[in-house]
Design a protein around this ligand. Sequence first.
Ligand SMILES: *Cc1c(COP(=O)(O)O)cnc(C)c1O
Length: 417
Amino acid sequence: MDHFHSEHNELCCESVPLTAIARALGTPTYVYSSAALAANYLAYAEALAGTDHLICYAVKANSNIAVLNQLARLGAGFDIVSGGELARVLAAGGDPARVVFSGVGKSTAEMAEALRAGIHCFNVESAAELERLDRVAGELGLRAPVSLRVNPDIDAGTHPYIATGLAENKFGLPIGEARACYARARAMRHIDIRGVDCHIGSQLTALAPFEAALQRVLLLIAELRADGVPLRHLDLGGGLGVRYGDENPPPPADYVAALRRHTDTLGLCLLIEPGRSIAASAGVLLTRVEYLKENQSRHFAIVDAAMNDLLRPALYQAWMAIEPVTPRHDAPERRYDVVGPVCETGDFLGRGRSLRLAAGDLLCVRGAGAYGFTMSSNYNSRPRAAEVMVAGDRFHVVRDRETTADLLRGERPLPGS
Ligand SMILES: *Cc1c(COP(=O)(O)O)cnc(C)c1O
């Protein structure tokens, strides 16, 4: 079910017209549907029922503490990639015992914070990181729970910036070196081996790469078991894609079923780390048309949201649907480049979109619930957008729009001038 739908010729989120949110809070504003978030999470939970599992929502997709809080209440764990994300999970009431910590560059301070919080597992990405973690845990008189993230050298068939499972990528340990690294880990006094971890990329729209990676990981698990390495879980990462336009990703139920065919008999707890497939379809970015402009024969709709608010189109040439909130028929249909105010030609939300527009119209960018606000910045000294969560017929501001004072916070001129 789509929680963004049209009623009386205007787009609503659940029972709230998007025009009401724009009127109350201005634009640009991110709007999330709590019902959509819950439904997307529960699709995974239902598919995993009956097997030992943990769903660790990937916080980097959308880290607003209202989003995290809602998922925590539904029983989610969390996949974090920084100390900042750990702080968000804790502030949102998340259970540290359900947190896994991924990422290639964990600092000493971040390791110590996560150890003190008592997280479920570190997904360690190199031998050097393993040695540092052993030392940091030793200094705290603790043992660090660890999975090694292996790089299976699989082409995820996705945008090169979000493919992580190829040998040439910076992520994980080459799978051929994993066995030796596990042997080293076993000899470390402050390392407690828990499992094996793998994540091959994001926005995957086919099951074959997941299954190919899983086959390689299963071979490794057999070898590790033959070596006597004690394993409790298998973490298969995130990465299931969503439909932005004409993509046709499998639903979470099919994805989980494909994994379970191979994992149910392993006797390991199955961890997954979905981010995009939980948050993307649960959010939109609301923006208003400031000006219409024609240069040579090109039509531009200049809107008040820009690449600093929503980076995906500029960074990945991503296509995201752009719809009028209140469609009109009294303007000519034109092919518009929908662009922001930022001083970069790469600052666009969409190009060549057939729309009927007038200045002042509200537009919404669909699928903006994941990698939207979290990738936003203050480039061009633009305050970041407000965030709103809708629940039924009510909406709640879950992050205030930034102010000019927020922009300048912490800065100062040189003394004596
Ligand atoms: C980004 C990331 C995820 C989430 O990926 P999605 O495509 O958003 O599901 C999961 N695990 C790791 C290690 C990641 O880096």
